[in-house]
Design a protein around this ligand. Structure first.
Ligand SMILES: [Zn+2]
Length: 270
């Protein structure tokens, strides 16, 4: 599943090729076609795990919001046959042709991630409730304010750091890695972690997200950037998906925490 670093990779590769382009023609999705044909892509940005396409028509701003879900992928190609992996072409949900005749294709192998056309953010309140970007100046103070709320005190730390209201963009992979690096058991109650350790945990998460962005994200299952390339962060993961702990060589354990499968080392993480 694409997490923040993978989405950042997609946005960075889309920015230079589609910014300023006008959408000439849309096929397959009638709803999206009606909405965005004739619009110009002014800019693209990542917000948490969402991709925001800022659009414009006749001086009015619009927004196309996409969440890649489990297997969403964007391709920018000069002809559709340039998408060499058959499965992506077969599951194309949106084909956008620009005025320069290049194609932007959204494909989703398993099921449709999420695609919303909005006039303004307020039309979809969950987008307004997301925590600030983890790399922004206000993210740490927001995090500390949230983790002090009594409603989180008795929750498992892993569940809390994967809550997008607390910190944006920390999914299962990076939560697992950060907790392992800090020797914290994923089911430990938040109230049993000191303020200093919470600050350290926040910084560890941000550091791991940045490291992953730097190496092109993790390619688990079907993630690809827009050139069909895989990232390499999966080779740096130490606990996510592991059977053996790289520190003590003991067997790892699995437990469902907050509805998500969680891997940890019972020797190293307390
Ligand atoms: Zn261990």
């Amino acid at each position: 599943m694409p997490e923040l670093p993978e989405v950042e990779g997609v946005v960075r590769s889309l920015q230079p090729v589609v910014t300023g382009k006008t959408i000439y023609h849309v096929t397959i999705s009638e709803v999206i076609k009606q909405a965005i044909e004739g619009m110009t892509i002014k800019s693209i940005e990542r917000r948490s795990k969402y991709i925001f396409f800022h659009l414009e028509k006749e001086g009015n701003p619009y927004l196309l919001v996409n969440h890649l879900g489990m297997t969403g992928a964007w391709f920018h190609v000069s002809q559709l046959s340039d998408i060499t992996e058959e499965k992506f072409l077969k599951h194309a949900h949106i084909l956008i042709q620009f005025d320069d005749h290049n194609w932007l294709v959204y494909s989703d192998i398993r099921r449709f991630g999420e695609m919303r056309f909005l006039h303004e953010l307020e039309e979809h309140p969950p987008l307004l409730e997301m925590a600030p970007e983890p790399f922004s100046d206000e993210a740490l103070s927001h995090f500390l304010e949230k983790v002090n709320l009594t409603k989180y005190a008795n929750k498992a730390v892993k569940e809390v750091i994967m809550d997008g209201h607390v910190i944006a963009g920390c999914g299962n992979i990076y939560a697992t890695e950060a907790l392992f690096k800090m020797n914290i058991h994923p089911a430990r109650k938040l109230s049993r972690i000191s303020k200093e350790r919470k600050i350290e945990l926040f910084k560890t998460i941000v550091h791991i997200l940045q490291e992953s962005i730097d190496v092109g994200g993790s390619t688990i299952s079907d993630y690809r950037n827009i050139n069909g390339e895989a990232g390499s962060m999966q080779h740096r993961l130490k606990m996510y998906g592991k059977k053996t702990c790289p520190t003590c060589n003991g067997d790892t354990k699995q437990k469902i925490i907050g509805g998500r499968n969680s891997v940890y080392c019972p020797n190293c993480q307390h």
